[in-house]
Ligand binder design. Structure first.
Ligand SMILES: NC(=O)c1ccc[n+]([C@@H]2O[C@H](COP(=O)([O-])OP(=O)(O)OC[C@H]3O[C@@H](n4cnc5c(N)ncnc54)[C@H](OP(=O)(O)O)[C@@H]3O)[C@@H](O)[C@H]2O)c1
Length: 260
């Protein structure tokens, strides 16, 4: 196996697709893969300008990237995205199912069927059917899938988030099932479950006080930067992680441990 002096495999000619590459963790992940020489598909939903800026940043640095749009809540759009990925590069080595959204913070007793369905569609149905649609490419590459869930699946809430926690718990369980069924095809599947990360998600959905309280719940008493999550995703996709399969890695500075 070809390895660089850092122990990471050589990545020239490898292609990665990052859902939700237009913002936050996905943006940092797109740039981190591009720095290793991957050609990047930077997926977005509503953030066209932001995704194109990420792709342009990669191009300016001498890399290759394309921005592609799809609403992952729609299976037909998911399948069109898979076709667009195939027609752009004809190859896919790494899929990062990063896109996600709690949609709204609502107490459990008030969650509507519409909110529940939308949240599960974006966070769980999207990665389920996108990975399925990309199996021919991922199988041909003996590729890697990294899902992104949340440490709220261990913490229980994150605050008025039961619909989101249910969806992300599904992502954790789906990771185990995908890993089991796809390992025989040579596809390695894992999941990263971040703690509190300083991204636009919180600017939309959380007060600064809530973010502060949440960050105080881990052993480092701070939120992660998007880059701190991106580096773990890149590691899991690399050959340095070749024996890690079917794991949910909590990247949350020990959130929930008492520290006593
Ligand atoms: N930030 C945290 O504290 C934290 C903690 C645990 C887990 N996570 C998870 O980490 C992942 C990234 O979150 P982030 O904090 O980086 O959030 P973010 O900055 O809000 O970015 C979310 C990304 O998901 C995309 N997205 C949202 N709805 C979509 C849809 N219907 N179809 C397709 N794409 C959609 C967005 O695309 P557009 O902007 O282009 O619409 C955006 O690129 C998510 O899965 C999130 O649940 C975050």
């Amino acid at each position: 196996m070809a390895r660089s002096p850092t122990g990471l495999s050589r990545t020239a000619d490898k292609v990665v697709a990052i859902t939700g590459g237009s913002s936050g963790i996905g943006r940092a992940t797109s740039l981190a893969f591009a720095r290793r020489g991957y050609k990047a598909v930077v997926h977005y939903n509503s953030g066209r300008e932001r995704a194109e800026a990420v792709a342009q940043q990669i191009l300016t640095a001498g890399g290759q990237a394309v921005a592609l749009q799809a609403d992952l809540a729609s299976v037909s759009e998911v399948r069109e995205l898979a076709e667009a990925i195939a027609s752009n590069y004809g190859q896919l080595d790494v899929l990062v199912n990063n896109a996600g959204d709690p949609v709204r913070r609502v107490p459990y007793r008030d969650v509507s069927e519409e909110l529940f369905d939308r949240t599960l569609a974006v966070n769980l149905k999207g990665p389920f059917f996108l990975t399925q649609a990309l199996l021919p490419l991922l199988g041909a590459a003996r590729g890697v899938v990294v899902n992104v869930s949340s440490d709220a699946t261990r913490e229980g809430s994150g605050g008025d988030n039961s619909h989101y926690v249910a969806a992300k718990g599904g992502v954790n369980a789906l990771t185990l099932a995908m890993a089991t069924e796809l390992a025989p095809l040579g596809i390695r599947v894992n999941c990263v479950a971040p703690g509190t990360v300083d991204t636009p998600l919180h600017k939309r959905l959380s007060t600064p006080e809530r973010v502060q309280r949440s960050a105080q719940g881990n052993l480092l008493k701070r939120a992660a930067s998007p880059e701190e999550i991106a580096e773990v995703i890149v590691f899991l996709a690399s050959d340095a992680a070749s024996f890690i399969v079917g794991q949910v890695i909590f990247v949350d500075a020990g959130a929930g441990l008492s520290g006593l």
